[in-house]
Design a protein around this ligand. Structure first.
Ligand code: ZN
Length: 236
């Protein structure tokens, strides 16, 4: 039963999620070239090794591999075991079958704000570039528009980072951090506490950017992950 049963009980929600995702891709593709175009060799010194995490399907499903447990999968996606078990209708987490298709819920979405109010996605996470994959989302914004902290935390970095331009990194205290690049102005200082929704910078095109936008990343430790695992692209 499992996933099939869950889907059967929630057909509308699943269809909505899929159509929303396809819609975002359709919007993102024609303007993908408008975003930033850095290469891994040009990443700042404080993050010398950046690996791009590429789930089986962006924010939707995970295929269970040999040796994986519900706990290890929950850790790698930043969701709780309880939530994974609930949405996949798993009664006994110790008996997880290899090759099972798990729905990865976008839990915690209510805890996270969208960093640029009204800003649509210009380029998705994981998009193929010439020699690497895109490590974040490019989100459109107007020059000078406020960039908001997506979640409360402490400012880990607020300065200029080569191709990222004027950049803020917020440490959320649970192994996750968020990064906001290409700003025209920085509004916070290193060490400062910030709240969800607080303006921390202003949109710009500093660093390697061809248009005004926010290059937004969520990192689990040192590894950028798809922000859409955590945030919903809302326009308010
Ligand atoms: Zn970017």
């Amino acid at each position: 039963m499992g996933l099939v049963k869950w889907l059967g009980l929630n057909p509308t929600r699943t269809l909505l999620n899929q159509s929303r995702f396809l819609g975002m891709i359709a919007v993102a593709l024609p303007v993908a070239l408008a975003g930033c175009g850095r290469s891994p060799q040009q990443l700042p010194d404080i993050r010398p090794t950046v690996k791009v995490s590429t789930p089986e399907s962006p924010g939707m499903y995970h295929i269970v591999q040999p040796g994986q447990t519900l706990w290890s999968i929950s850790q790698s996606y930043g969701v709780t075991v309880e939530e994974l078990a609930r949405v996949n209708n798993i009664e006994d987490p110790s008996r997880l079958l290899v090759n099972r298709r798990l729905l990865i819920p976008r839990t915690g979405a209510s805890e996270w704000a969208w960093p640029v109010p009204g800003g649509e996605i210009l380029a998705p996470f994981g998009e193929r570039r010439s020699d690497h994959r895109h490590t974040g989302l490019d989100i459109r914004g107007q020059d000078g528009q406020a960039v908001l902290a997506v979640r409360s935390g402490r400012v880990l970095y607020s300065s200029t980072m080569r191709d990222y331009g004027k950049t803020v990194i917020v440490d959320h205290g649970d192994g996750l951090s968020s990064l906001y690049a290409h700003n025209s102005k920085l509004l916070v200082n290193k060490g400062q506490r910030v709240q969800r929704g607080q303006p921390i910078a202003r949109i710009g095109r500093t660093g390697n950017a061809t248009t005004e936008h926010c290059h937004f990343e969520i990192r689990r430790g040192e590894t950028p992950v798809d922000p859409l695992l955590y945030l919903r692209p809302v326009s308010h």
